[in-house]
Design a protein around this ligand. Structure first.
Ligand code: HPA
Length: 281
């Protein structure tokens, strides 16, 4: 990586938008970001345009197995969507501005609703791999430690300096997700997602800490994107696929393979819920 930008200007964001507009005039209303091992949902889209994110200016390259970098524009359940397959993470060495650039681009493309999915570790002892968790709130550990994606010059055209986060996850969208899960006979927990930096998984003491402060699941993504989306006025729905038990007892090591494997179980469940939500919007 040569120089990693800490902040993007509006002009740079719009350069990405222009590059996309050279390829497609499709106007998505809903953006979907698919997490580790959860990219399969994209196969269902009736695609109008597929762009490799490597072709776009400023766009960070994915470096993680299970994250192909593609933007898929098309229709799913009658909704005009853009799907981001392969997000990038802070732990890859990218700045928060790079991690959240896709959200800014989606905002400038006119997206109103962001649906984020992720693979997460269970902190709540009642959760098992393969479960879904509707995210009702998050704890931004990385942001609270100084790496909030909104740190730096505020682009007033995009949102306010001090955005409200009292309802980061839209209640009406949560209702649609729960109704869709019920209809598809997919069990779904509700809970708080703790966003950490990674890439090392948590120690047992860290998991006990996360549980003590009210987290139900833990992961290394999503929170920066949600903060930026809310800053930009999007409504957000977040769903975690529980891929592993977080390492509470010191006897259950966590591996990336386990995370990807659980994805294969989670994809059909998640797909059923996402279809239900999209058809109800
Ligand atoms: N911890 C943090 N991030 C994760 C985990 C975990 O256990 N599983 C999947 N992403």
């Amino acid at each position: 990586m040569l120089s990693a930008p800490d902040f993007f200007t509006l002009e740079e964001i719009d350069e990405v938008v222009s590059a996309i507009r050279c390829r497609t005039d499709f106007e998505p209303r809903v953006a979907l970001i698919l997490g580790s091992g959860l990219g399969g949902v994209a196969e269902e889209v009736d695609a109008a345009a597929v762009l490799a994110t490597a072709e776009l200016p400023h766009w960070p390259r994915t470096t993680v197995e299970g994250h192909a970098g593609r933007l898929i524009f098309g229709s799913l359940q009658g909704q005009k969507v853009v799907i981001l397959q392969g997000r990038v993470h802070f732990y890859e060495g990218y700045t928060m501005a790079q991690v959240t650039l896709p959200i800014r681009v989606m905002q400038r493309l006119g997206v109103e609703i962001l649906i984020v999915t992720n693979a997460a570790g269970a902190v709540n002892p009642d959760f098992v791999p393969g479960d879904l968790m509707l995210i009702t709130d998050h704890i931004n550990f990385v942001g609270m430690a100084g790496f909030n994606p909104l740190r730096g010059p505020n682009l007033d055209e995009l949102g306010p300096r001090f955005p409200d986060m009292s309802q980061a996850y839209d209640r009406a969208l949560q209702g649609l997700a729960l109704a869709s899960a019920e209809e598809a006979y997919v069990p779904m927990h509700k809970g708080v997602y703790a966003g950490v930096a990674g890439p090392s998984f948590e120690t047992p003491a860290e998991v006990r800490f996360l549980r003590a402060v009210g987290a139900d699941a833990v992961g290394m993504s999503t929170v920066p994107e949600v903060v930026v989306a809310r800053h930009g006025g999007m409504r957000v729905l977040g769903i975690s696929g529980i891929s592993n038990k977080a390492n509470l007892d010191g006897n259950t090591p966590t591996s990336h393979e386990e995370v990807l494997e659980a994805g294969r179980v989670l994809v059909p469940r998640l797909e059923a819920v996402l279809r239900g939500v999209l058809s109800r919007l």
